[in-house]
Design a protein around this ligand. Structure first.
Ligand code: GCO
Length: 495
């Protein structure tokens, strides 16, 4: 049995599941040694710490540092059937009974499609300098190909104009998991043609919006599609087929490279790069076995995506582990790695959690978890992953496009939301990022996940990740304590 098949700790795996949830995902057997789960750790801790203070008591970030917040289309937009939007795999998945908590869907979400102007004002109120959002492929091409839908493009142009008017730099992700269902029906990311369709879609978007977007991200977290969508099956499209999963990984990487090439060919001037969720992997103990297992684990978590883009080769240890006859190995054609490694302008890093690997290839927890039990709270991991990518892959400019935590945010009697734990979490992670900058990491910007509470995939609306609270019944927005605190951080350009 390969190490991979014994792996258990994957993002949003059964760890967060209640017994019912575990049964739903079919992962009730997943276990962890050394677990120290505290369901809302981080949310209860006092916000008074500053782990990396300079002698003057503050931490200043570089001038023009891009303080921002992030969202994605399916998680906030709603308006699922409006203005010619087609169906995506997440519409199908969330409407399938038993797939999401409480049967939640993104049909309405935070209704951002209708309330974007109000949300833009919130961004201005926070003082955001950068906003990272995603473009919904099925709004642009209902069936995933053909002439772009002007009404879909118009929505994003209005959003972009609003950002420019407020002096906020847009950062647009082309794909945040909402694959048009029609393409899924033709094989989805298992079908190489989907990568070509993605390049066509990207080209249409570059030509229509390229004058308004200074920074593009290609594919959000390919690894999560691979692991959660194709190995564990608790994300769309809900498959459990490990052999297919790594072919999917290759096609997602190929799609990334083709989109980079399409941007260059379009003549648009924006920068472009991948958005990767990277997990620093550490041995759970001092044994040689744990060190070896950690190395391979790191291959699957990080190098599979980083090496192919920055070094033009998949990591040998991962290829060997998958085997020469794997569907992935058979799917890689001459020239593919050249496309995948087309030079990029920036690397977007999403950091949430470290992983500790045992000699047997399993995982253990070392730190308290958040409400999302796959997330161990470990700010040092931010420093480690940022310095590591700069050391191993060169000085490509880095943006953090996601970092945050869910808290059980409930309004107090006066309606305010005191998410002190989120303040503490962000402060410690900002401090770790600051230390990385001090040690030479070319970090340009930092986007907190998320601007708004939103549809957290299989967790539905149960987990609240926003700086801004959304009362889903009324769609009223309320700035949480963390939002007020963040506004001050931005104003002072530091802690
Ligand atoms: C991801 C996505 C976001 C999530 C966030 C919290 O990383 O999974 O990019 O859509 O909502 O990470 O889990």
């Amino acid at each position: 049995m390969s190490l991979l098949t014994r792996r258990r700790l994957l993002r949003r795996a059964a760890l967060s599941a209640t017994a019912a949830g575990a049964a739903r995902t079919g992962l009730a057997g997943a276990t962890l040694a050394g677990t120290t789960a505290v369901s809302v750790a981080g949310c209860d801790s006092p916000p008074e710490r500053n782990t990396d203070a300079d002698p003057d008591g503050g931490l200043r970030f570089p001038d023009n540092f891009g303080w921002g917040a992030a969202t994605s289309a399916y998680q906030i937009e709603g308006a699922a059937k409006e203005d010619g939007r087609g169906e995506s795999v997440w519409d199908t998945f969330s409407h399938t009974p038993g797939r999401t908590r409480n049967g939640d869907t993104g049909d309405v979400a935070a209704d951002h499609y209708h309330r974007y102007a109000q949300d833009l004002d919130l961004m201005r109120e926070l003082g955001l300098r950068s906003y990272r959002f995603s473009i919904s492929w099925p709004r642009i091409q209902a069936d995933g190909s053909g002439r772009p839908n002007q009404r879909g493009l118009d929505f994003y142009r209005r959003l972009l104009d609003g950002l420019h008017e407020r002096g906020i730099a847009p950062m647009a992700t082309l794909f945040h998991w909402d694959l048009p269902q029609a393409l899924q029906d033709d094989g989805g990311w298992e079908n190489r043609d989907t990568a070509e369709r993605f390049a066509d879609y990207a080209d249409a978007v570059f030509r229509a919006l390229g004058d308004r977007v200074p920074a593009w991200l290609t594919i959000n977290e390919p690894k999560t599609v691979v692991q959660n969508g194709y190995i564990w099956g608790h994300h769309a499209p809900g498959h459990r087929d490990e052999a297919a999963a790594y072919l999917v990984a290759h096609h997602l990487q190929l799609a990334h490279g083709l989109a980079v090439q399409a941007l260059r060919a379009s003549g648009a001037s924006g920068r472009i790069g991948p958005a990767l969720n990277l997990h620093p992997c550490y041995p759970a103990d001092d044994s040689a076995e744990a060190a070896a297992a950690t190395r391979l684990y790191d291959g699957y978590e990080n190098r599979l995506y980083l090496d192919s883009i920055f070094k033009g080769a998949y990591p040998q240890d991962v290829l060997a582990d998958l085997g020469p006859d794997s569907r992935m190995a058979r799917g890689v054609r001459d020239g593919d790695l050249k496309i995948i490694s087309s030079p990029v302008d920036l690397l977007a890093v999403q950091y949430y959690t470290p992983i500790y690997v045992t000699g047997g290839g399993g995982t253990v927890r070392k730190w308290p978890t958040s409400e999302a039990e796959w997330q161990q709270i470990y700010p040092e991991g931010m420093y480690d992953i940022l310095t590591r990518v700069t050391r191993d892959y060169g000085r490509v400019p880095i943006t953090i496009t996601e970092n945050g935590l869910p808290c059980p945010d409930t309004p107090g009697p006066d309606g305010s939301i005191d998410d002190a734990g989120r303040v503490s979490f962000l402060r410690d992670h900002f401090a770790a990022a600051h230390r990385a900058v001090r040690d030479g990491v070319p970090l340009e910007s930092y986007h907190v996940w998320s601007l708004l509470d939103n549809f957290e995939w299989a967790e539905g609306y149960d987990q609240r990740w926003g700086l801004v609270y959304v009362d889903y019944a009324s769609q009223r927005r309320v700035l949480k304590r963390s939002a007020h605190w963040y506004r001050e951080v931005i104003r002072r350009n530091g802690l």
